[in-house]
Ligand binder design. Structure first.
Ligand SMILES: Cc1cc2nc3c(=O)[nH]c(=O)nc-3n(C[C@H](O)[C@H](O)[C@H](O)COP(=O)(O)OP(=O)(O)OC[C@H]3O[C@@H](n4cnc5c(N)ncnc54)[C@H](O)[C@@H]3O)c2cc1C
Ligand code: FES
Ligand code: FES
Length: 459
């Protein structure tokens, strides 16, 4: 049984946990305000909010319901467009969209309204820029974005007096969203107290993180698959420091890293890097472990963590082992991993003093696009010489690559223009890009050279 609150109503269902939340709300609950556009996480027409209690606080995040398995709704407050309606008038978010002429055919509008409602429920500073960033996963085909941006600016103004107040209490008190939001925290606590275990422990079952790769690639299969969730078992999204290491749980998402002050202290530019990865709702669902196992040669988080000499802690039943991420990839989508092995944790040594990190990504569009080429570097300096280096690159071979020769070449060198030219020459000897929709072989080779220059310029 899967149990959660949908808008105001408690739901209990024995439907397959692999069913998408989108199908559940539209076809089982007949809530047709949530639209179907692409079913691939790109358009945002299906955006809903998922609220859960994290560290004793009710936290809402936007998610694309087309990629969200019903099992991942367990124990949460799921909000669709119907759940933010007032009975007799538009709510202030909807009113802002209407007043600013931010809707024409209206197909995308519920998605925009949900993302902006999610912004009102977040702890983000009430700036127009932050409200606009909240709709980075929503596409509109006919209105034009300027009026939507103006509406976002109005929504930001609605929340400017929040001053750290509990967001759900604030939005209901200010009549931005319906009053029932004020009681959700207690209802979720009651729900979790009597929560049945829905976790499938079968070793042969399909492992699902956020579902943002699986539901794009195997949509039909997933609907009825025997699934085993790792997304939100309690405690699995911890980001902790232990024995001079940073350790991530298997369900840590890109957004969890964005929210972690510890992680942002290690990587002060992480907020900037994260903006280059997918969109707000996808980052809210996309796990780091899922990115590693998906094994895309351009997986952004994989490239990020490869430069850090990350280790995976894998388990299958009683058997456990530790493996460097750099040895995980055997060939295109081939992993050193048994089918029932699960990544239980991810760790890397905390970069010491005199270390410098940089991540670069180039794609056809800056936002909501996959990389043509991406790269990361970790440099440890000793005086004006490089003591140790780790460089990774994606889009230049069949797997996400750790550039071993290039990294080794860097050790002991002084940084100079001449040295950078030599490094680029070494890099060319160990990559094997192919020409495809994201660029020709020559273009990708040139691009990685430019990214190496960008690493040293930034550092
Ligand atoms: C619109 C859109 C935009 C995207 N943009 C980007 C982007 O910019 N950059 C990028 O890198 N990716 C992008 N992605 C891809 C995707 O979001 C990421 O790869 C994400 O990190 C996958 O994580 P997940 O939890 O959703 O994986 P899932 O789909 O749940 O799982 C992926 C694979 O990992 C396995 N798995 C999951 N967790 C574990 C575990 N703990 N142990 C063992 N196996 C496990 C699953 O069985 C499956 O094989 C995008 C996807 C979409 C839909
Ligand atoms: S239908 Fe397009 S993101 Fe879900
Ligand atoms: S109003 Fe038509 S798609 Fe946005």
């Amino acid at each position: 049984m899967i149990r959660f609150i949908l808008n105001e109503k408690e739901m209990v269902t024995d439907l397959s946990p692999g069913t998408t939340l989108l199908d559940f709300v539209r076809y089982h609950q007949h809530l047709r305000g949530t639209k179907i556009g692409c079913r691939e996480g790109d358009c945002g027409a299906c955006t809903v909010l998922a609220g859960e209690i994290v560290n004793d606080e009710l936290r809402y995040e936007s998610m694309t319901s087309c990629l969200m398995p019903l099992g991942n709704a367990n124990g949460k407050h799921i909000v669709t467009i119907e759940g933010i309606n007032f009975p007799d008038k538009l709510n202030p978010v909807q009113q802002a969209l209407s007043d600013c002429g931010a809707t024409q055919c209206g197909f995308c509008t519920p998605g925009f309204a949900m993302s902006l409602a999610g912004f009102c429920l977040s702890d983000k500073e009430a700036t127009e820029q932050n409200a606009i960033a909240a709709v980075d996963g929503n596409i509109c085909r006919c209105t034009g974005y300027k009026s939507i941006e103006r509406a976002a600016g109005r929504v930001a103004a609605l929340t400017k007096d929040k001053n750290g107040e509990d967001a759900a209490l604030f939005v209901s008190k200010k009549k931005i969203l319906p009053e029932y939001f004020a009681g959700i925290k207690n209802r979720l606590l009651e729900l979790s107290a009597g929560q049945p275990e829905i976790r499938n422990k079968k070793r042969e079952a399909f492992l699902v993180g956020g579902g943002t790769d699986l539901y794009v690639q195997k949509h039909e299969e997933m609907m009825h698959a025997d699934v085993r969730f790792v997304f939100d078992e309690p405690g699995l999204n911890a980001i902790i420091e232990e024995d001079n290491k940073c350790i991530l749980g298997p369900s840590v998402t890109v957004s969890d890293l964005k929210h972690s002050s510890f992680f942002n202290k290690i990587f002060p530019n992480f907020q900037h890097y994260a903006k280059l990865i997918s969109s707000t709702p996808i980052r809210n669902m996309a796990t780091i472990a899922g990115n590693f196992v998906n094994a895309s040669p351009i997986g952004d988080m994989t490239i990020f963590f490869l430069a850090l000499d990350t280790h995976l802690f894998l388990s299958s039943g009683e058997e456990t082992r530790t493996l460097p991420l750099r040895k995980f990839y055997k060939g295109y989508k081939q992993l050193d991993k048994k089918i029932d092995e699960i990544i239980n944790s991810i760790s890397f040594e905390l970069p010491g003093k005199n270390t410098y990190f940089n991540f670069e990504k180039v794609s056809k569009r800056t936002h909501l696009d996959i990389a043509s080429v991406n790269s990361a570097i970790l440099l440890t300096m000793n005086g004006n010489k490089i003591a140790k280096a780790g460089m990774s690159a994606g889009g230049v071979g069949p797997v996400p690559m750790y550039l071993k020769k290039t990294s080794e070449y860097l050790a002991g060198k002084k940084i100079s223009e001449e040295m950078i030219k030599e490094v680029i020459a070494v890099m060319k000897t160990e990559i094997s890009p192919i020409s495809d929709a994201r660029g020709s072989r020559e273009y990708k080779t040139l691009l990685l050279g430019q990214l190496i220059k960008a690493h040293f310029t930034d550092i």
